[in-house]
Design a protein around this ligand. Sequence first.
Ligand SMILES: Cc1ncc(COP(=O)(O)O)c(C=O)c1O
Length: 408
Amino acid sequence: MTASHAAGKGSVPDAVFAVLQKANAAIAAIGKDKVVNASIGTIYDEEEKFTYFPTVLDYLHQAAPEEMMNYAPISGLPEFLSSAIDQVFQGNQPENTFAKAIATPGGTGAIRHVFVNYLEPGQKALVPDWFWGNYRTIAEEHMRSIETFTMFNEENKFNIPSLKEKTTQLLAAQDNLVIIFNSPAHNPTGHALTDKEWTEVIDFIKECAGNKHKKITILLDIAYIDYAGEPQATRNFFRIFSGLPENMFLAIAYSMSKSFLIYGMRSGALVGLSSSEEVVEEFSRVNSISNRGVWSNGTRGAQRLLVDVAKNPELKAKIEKERAGFRELMNKRADIFMEEAKDVDLKTFPYQSGFFIAVPAPNPQAATEKLTADHIYALHLKKGIRVAICGIPTYKIPGIATKIKCAL
Ligand SMILES: Cc1ncc(COP(=O)(O)O)c(C=O)c1O
């Protein structure tokens, strides 16, 4: 019954949820203690229970019914929009720039708007070859597609020459270009660009924007930024985005799913930044109508939470403390994994922070299937294996790197 463009959708099951299902079946068959569920990007505590911030739960329990259940304005509560900008930059908005925000259902909604409103139908967005698979789904859902550059060079460093080569190629073929960076705490490698790398990347894109026919958007996906370190230190790099030409735009996808551990409440924001006031006014107008035409409005209760966090330093400090606890927990798990990987000579990508560690593999699917014999359930990607350390209790981490090495 579907239209022809829709007919093939879903013929391949969602990779993450397929592995999760197998992990859950193994848990049901042999018990939780014997199974390592390394599949999903949700933080689980040391007892493998779903985690949340108690302060956020208390906040939601006391929220007024109309704040939880009423509609929000189409673009988002006005105070939410300014709070989202504050939360994203925390004092590090680049000089001489204009910024506006639009409420979206998580980072996913923000990414959707950028693909649709900043690329023509049929055009390609550029992403590194290690990327969150949903970028492809979102692009294809909206009649766009993606092209990849090689993310790491032989020395395991961010491969700027490859980015430059692919950018140049795409700009020769299309006038609009969206380039996605998921930094810091990249999914699936835990990588972050250094300030030096950012400077080189931005200088190069500014050079490309010397051709005034081109419209270049950097889509900065900061879904995991709040797990990359202290809020100030992780946001310093925003200052590098100053002096952008008018045809170079920064769109930031901000997610409350991870930052407040309210994945299911579907809230986040798209923040647009430009040296031109006109460009951000257009951003606000266009994306507001996209909200109306796709999901109408966002989750008011989650928006109100961010407003109150921005207004109330005590509430903010309490949540930051709880978040830092989970950040340290993931650092501890990652340290154990990385130490063992070094000992057994298992190659990984340069993990710095975040929910995932990635291991390159010539035949990822075969390797992850072998791992299931050891009751380890990890996600196979095109070029390797993703280990979701966010969900594995610390006591189960020792031995995983060795088993991956054996499976390879
Ligand atoms: C890299 C990356 N970006 C964005 C998102 C968006 O998440 P949400 O739509 O829940 O905010 C995710 C979620 O897993 C992600 O891994």
